[in-house]
Design a protein around this ligand. Structure first.
Ligand SMILES: [Zn+2]
Length: 356
């Protein structure tokens, strides 16, 4: 690797850390970045966090020509790309991102994909393309394409290959997020800032919860108050409540929140929290309509992080916005996908600690 290549990889890691540190752009292990250098694709490892890019190794080198050949031949090994990892330069035995095929098919040297809240708040709307067209029109260097929802991984890569043109440098992924590409890290970073600013929607303010009343309600139950009181907005803002209860909106919503934020059937007595009667596991996040949202004691901080992302998306949706939801078959495809199970296992939203 030349010094110039090394420096550019360092710049990608700095950009990755910056994207990962902003909860409006990345939540937990979501998002991935890559850099193509000659025949190598440096891609973020599955389950690692962009936010940790400057503290630890999160990048895996993958041999690009055989991976692209496998993609062209519909070789099933292209799904995980593990067969194409440059093992000699992967001392931590990291596994490539589940979205490696997406990065491999995009011709640009630098590709950043992340779950930008501003993008998702438009990408779940039926009129997404019309809004994005008007917002991005002033950006002369942006060649964008809308990609309807496909399961991440190979199906998404194929949809991008069918629709994107060689010059396409911004992809709006329906019910999913944003991809920005460029010739260099600096060019990509500049484009990211301008695109995200153009896609911005002012959120509604989050209503305040009566914390003392909630504290009394959860006393003696398996539920507690959330770390961030903004989370209560999911139960307090009527538009957001309707958005949340209406079904899944994007993949990480399904993968990390499961059935989502479950409304408690009986809040007056707190019976739902004391005698759950849930057939399987108790809900990770219980919504007490008009009062607030309480996480189960087994819910990890990542569950709250994913729920805050849902809040951030919903607070940007107008009451009259027509939404596109993931279908039951979309949800099934996500929850029964081996690569996703691996990613989820690395960062579950529920601790396994079970007390009687
Ligand atoms: Zn994604």
């Amino acid at each position: 690797m030349t010094q110039a290549d090394f420096d550019e990889l360092q710049r990608l890691q700095a950009l990755s850390a910056k994207l990962g540190a902003d909860p409006l752009r990345t939540q937990g292990a979501g998002g991935n970045t890559s850099l193509k250098q000659d025949d190598v694709l440096w891609i973020k490892a599955s389950g690692t966090w962009l936010a940790h890019a400057l503290e630890r190794n999160i990048m895996v080198p993958v041999h690009l020509p055989p991976l692209r050949m496998a993609l062209a031949m519909n070789d099933p090994r292209s799904e995980t790309a593990v067969a194409f990892v440059d093992d000699a330069r992967n001392p931590d035995r990291l596994r490539p991102s589940i979205e490696t095929s997406v990065h491999a098919l995009i011709p640009h040297a630098v590709v950043a994909h992340f779950h930008c809240v501003e993008t998702i708040a438009l990408a779940v709307r039926k009129d997404c393309e019309a809004i994005v067209a008007s917002r991005l029109a002033p950006l002369q260097d942006v060649a964008w394409t809308y990609i309807p929802y496909r399961r991440p991984g190979l199906p998404l890569a194929k949809a991008i290959a069918e629709r994107a043109r060689p010059q396409t440098n911004v992809l709006i992924l329906g019910n999913h997020g944003l991809v920005v590409a460029g010739a260099t890290v600096a060019e990509t970073e500049d484009r990211i800032e301008r695109v995200c600013a153009a896609l911005r929607t002012a959120p509604r303010p989050v209503p305040q919860a009566d914390l003392a009343a909630l504290e009394r309600l959860v006393a003696g139950t398996d539920y507690r108050l959330p770390h961030d009181p903004r989370l209560h907005g999911l139960a307090l803002d009527p538009v957001t409540r309707a958005v949340v209860q209406g079904g899944s909106l994007y993949p990480d919503h399904v993968i990390f929140l499961g059935p989502g934020v479950v409304e408690a059937p009986d809040i007056a007595t707190g019976a739902a929290m004391r005698q759950p009667g849930w057939r399987d596991e108790p809900p990770l996040l219980l919504s007490l309509p008009g009062q607030g949202v309480v996480p189960h004691r087994t819910a990890k901080p990542s569950a709250e992080m994913m729920a805050l992302c849902l809040l951030d998306v919903a607070q940007r949706l107008a009451p009259d916005a027509e939404l596109v939801r993931l279908s039951p078959s979309d949800e099934y495809a996500l929850t029964h996908w081996e690569a996703e199970k691996y990613r989820q296992a690395l960062d579950t939203t529920r601790t396994t600690d079970r007390q009687p």
